[in-house]
Design a protein around this ligand. Structure first.
Ligand SMILES: [Zn+2]
Length: 179
């Protein structure tokens, strides 16, 4: 950390102290001087709900595959590297020449864990199990694992399948133990 960074952090801390003082004071407004210019600045902190759009044009075949009950990966035509989730370029050799392949539906469970402390955006789900399985194509897939986690064991076969996740009702892939 250089001197400028230290100064900036110090200024930010001073600003935060000033904020606390200001709010506690008689004015009752979270207005603090800007650290650089001294201009009156409204200071606020709150959680935001975001709506966003992301282009999936280059990987649309993956989503079309889900609708068909197929799980698609990409493979670099130049060096053979596999990608799942699919990507439209090869980060190994830099090529943009990739082809689509359908993954086999049965893999071998390498590891799994039950998630009971969920990230905010997953807090509406019941506890769920996340696992990683090795697919015959030689790639690892991370996905939720359906069913009773007590019946899972490392090394067992799991089937990769397309399901509808509720309450969103969107298509996603999941593992299901193969008896
Ligand atoms: Zn490549």
């Amino acid at each position: 950390m250089n001197k400028t960074q230290r100064d900036e952090i110090e200024a930010a801390l001073k600003q935060a102290e000033a904020f606390v003082k200001e709010v506690k004071g008689s004015v009752g407004l979270p207005i603090v001087p800007d650290a650089k210019t001294g201009a009156a600045t409204w200071y606020d902190q709150r959680e935001l709900r975001l709506k966003y759009t992301v282009s999936v044009e280059k990987t649309r075949r993956f989503f079309e595959g889900l609708a068909d009950g197929r799980i698609m990966a990409t493979r670099c035509r130049r060096c053979g590297e596999l990608y799942f989730p699919p990507q439209d370029f090869c980060s190994r050799c830099g090529s943009e020449d990739v082809e689509w392949i359908e993954l086999s539906d049965v893999g071998q469970l390498l590891t799994f864990t039950v998630i009971n402390v969920k990230p905010m955006s997953f807090s509406h789900y019941q506890d769920y199990t996340v696992g990683i399985a090795r697919m015959p194509e030689g790639i690892n897939v991370l996905a939720w694992v359906d069913g009773d986690p007590k019946k899972l064991r490392v090394g067992m076969k799991v089937k990769l399948k397309v399901v509808r996740r509720q309450p969103e009702n969107y298509l996603i892939y999941e593992f299901e133990p193969v008896e």
